[in-house]
Design a protein. Sequence first.
Length: 284
Amino acid sequence: MKQIQKITVIGAGTMGAGIAHVAAYSGFSVRLLDLDRKSVDAGIAHVSATLAKGVALDKVTENHANETLARIEGATETLDAVADADLVVEAIPENMELKKTLFQDLSTMIKEDAILATNTSSLSVTELASSAANPERVLGMHFFNPPHILTLLELVRAWQTSEDTVSIVHAAGERMGRDMIIVHDSPGFATSRLGLILGLEAMRMVQAGVATVEDIDAAMTLGYRHPMGPLKLTDHVGLDVRLAIAEHLHREIGEQFRPPQILRQLVRAGKLGKKTGEGFYDWS
């Protein structure tokens, strides 16, 4: 069975940088690709800061942190970044047409046996695979934020995905220390579908004045042992991201995923969560 050694991550935002961090920490050679050097540098700086915090907390050795950073190469030219990659993971915005165009372009640049993966949390991997030249080598790799702490990896098998592709990526996931589940392509997969329904109901409770944001979150952390409440989690994920997923699942599945008005209002106001300094919580 083919083994993955070189990984290219496309998109140097929070998730892309996090995936690059986990891959490099596990010994893979990694390229982090984005449209401009500023974005790439910001992604690598994010990895560096996370590693430095790990060293300060005695969770990471300074030597391992330095080795991890040394394995990450920044890139802004797509062809150069993907030409020799064994696995390409896209972590660009949740827009199907944007992702399909990317996969069409990548199909002309990658090696014949390279695997294309998407980090989408809700879009159809089957539809995305249909835009690739070799759809049997496409699957979903849904990491969770922050990837260096949350070890769950949801592997999403498209209708076209081959068993060999799943096996190869599963082996790479094991090397990354991931705890994996395998699901068939379906709107929201398993994790987004379950997690979002809880988050949306929590928002409706805030909207109806049932309890404060803090008390609703405490109900789940203290009563159900969730590591983080659904509203604080929404702030970490990004309210704009959760709104986009909710709108998609509302169209695909039904009324239970209709976005509550409070979510729309916060997004319109630019209060997108931790990344903007305010969402359901004040992060300033």
